[in-house]
Design a protein around this ligand. Structure first.
Ligand SMILES: Cc1ncc(COP(=O)(O)O)c(C=O)c1O
Length: 415
């Protein structure tokens, strides 16, 4: 019998029981109008269009033409994958350091995820790491702005345009982050967001897609909200495509609308605190915080992290993170599981077995998953320590405490 492992936990449950000297996001303070908007949903007997109100407000906040709200980013990206209508076996080049939600839709559409490695010292891919992976089966590039740090998008978009590929963004961890004056999610054809309870604009299990493309927006509504069905006079619903029922619930829309009213201020605070922590941790010998690129004006940091320089400490990252957590850095841990080619073990098994759709592309092509698919990312994650409990409750004093804890643990373990 295989060993039974406990199922993964999500949302507030995932951080339940964490202790430490720093804030954790739960219980989350919600925008002051949350109760009023929820009351409207109830008082209207579910007839109020809270979903439409949130969609218009989020589109306006990001400057997008359309917003299509869903019950999470995983469904938002699944709807996008379905809306693109590529063929099974087509390849999507995707960030390797991310959450499973980035991939789920691609896999369900029988597309093949091809992971581009990260730039050294970064959690993000780049045009340089993407370029060698482009083949005649490539259809799109899906960029994840990991932790809220923006990928260098202009060269990626330029590369994609030159090869006829779609670029779109998983902006789950980067709501209101900016890249050269433009918001995350606005740099390709479409951007997907998460309003999961843990996320920066935490509400419940919400998400959305934003896009300026009228045709894509219409297709997304048809597939994600109308289940791929049209109304046929004299018959009823005709299911022209296998669509989804992925409307954001009205009560979630009420919470999202309330959160949207306070998010800009919270993001500004996160940016300030993240930059302060980065500057302070940078001074600790042997420790390198994730660099904030010059092209990024606003860092809407969902989580923070740093890496240990090789050979500088007597312990590994796992042990170092354990000592940080013990010393009070709430939620400190490693993030090896973010490496999707290693975490999604089924991908390697399917590719090795030639299971559909891996039997579909030309037989000469072999797909490699596992850590060796992205050696730079794998190597980086061995020494990477992060805490996804970073939140808008942090004060300057909390930032100083983070740096003190990191400094003390580093001093204790430095060679
Ligand atoms: C980068 C990234 N993509 C996708 C997801 C999935 O989002 P959701 O939980 O809203 O489905 C997450 C959530 O953790 C994420 O961090």
């Amino acid at each position: 019998m295989p060993e039974r492992k406990p199922p993964a936990a999500y949302g507030a449950r995932a951080v339940a029981g964490l202790t430490g000297r720093l804030p954790n996001p739960f219980p989350r303070p919600l925008g002051p109008n949350a109760l009023r908007y929820l009351q409207e949903v109830v008082d209207s007997g579910l007839t109020v269009d809270m979903l439409g109100r949130f969609e218009r407000a989020f589109a306006e906040a990001t400057g997008a033409k359309h917003c299509i709200a869903t019950p999470g980013c995983t469904p938002a990206l699944a709807a996008l994958a379905a809306a693109f209508g590529f063929e099974p076996g087509d390849e999507i080049i995707v960030s390797p350091v991310t959450d499973y939600g980035t991939l789920q839709g691609l896999i369900r559409e029988q597309y093949i995820p091809v992971f581009a490695d990260v730039e050294a010292g970064s959690v993000n891919l780049s045009a340089r790491t993407i370029a060698p992976l482009i083949t005649d089966r490539s259809r799109a590039i899906l960029c994840v702005h990991m932790t809220g740090l923006m990928c260098d998008m202009d060269p990626i978009v330029e590369l994609a345009n030159s090869r006829g590929l779609v670029v779109y963004e998983d902006a789950c961890q980067a709501v209101l982050s900016t890249y050269r004056g433009r918001y995350a999610g606005r740099l390709g054809l479409a951007g997907a967001f998460s309003f999961d309870s843990e996320k920066t604009m935490g509400s419940d299990v919400g998400g959305c897609v934003i896009t300026d493309d009228d045709g894509l927006a219409e297709r997304l509504r048809f597939i994600a909200h109308s289940r791929g069905a049209v109304q046929e006079p004299g018959f009823g619903r005709i299911h022209a495509e296998p669509g989804y029922a992925l409307r954001m619930p009205q009560c979630t829309a009420a919470l999202c609308l309330a959160q949207l009213e306070v998010i800009a201020e919270q993001v500004a605070r996160r940016d300030r605190m993240a930059r302060r922590i980065t500057a302070l941790v940078e001074q600790v010998e042997g420790v390198t915080p994730l660099p904030i690129p010059d092209y990024q004006e606003v860092y809407s940091a969902w989580m923070l992290g740093f890496s240990l320089e090789p050979g500088r400490f007597v312990c590994d990252a796992e042990e170092f993170a354990g000592q940080l957590a013990e010393a009070g850095l709430t939620g400190a841990g490693t993030g090896k599981y973010y490496l999707m080619p290693a975490a999604c073990t089924f991908l390697g098994e399917w590719a090795a077995a030639g299971r559909y759709p891996y039997s579909q592309p030309p037989a000469s092509r072999t797909y490699r998953y596992g850590p060796e698919a992205c050696p730079t990312a794998w190597e980086f994650l061995q020494s990477f320590i992060r805490w996804s409990t970073f939140c808008e409750k942090y004060t300057e004093a909390d930032c100083d405490l983070v740096a003190r804890i990191v400094g003390e643990v580093a001093d204790r373990n430095r060679r």
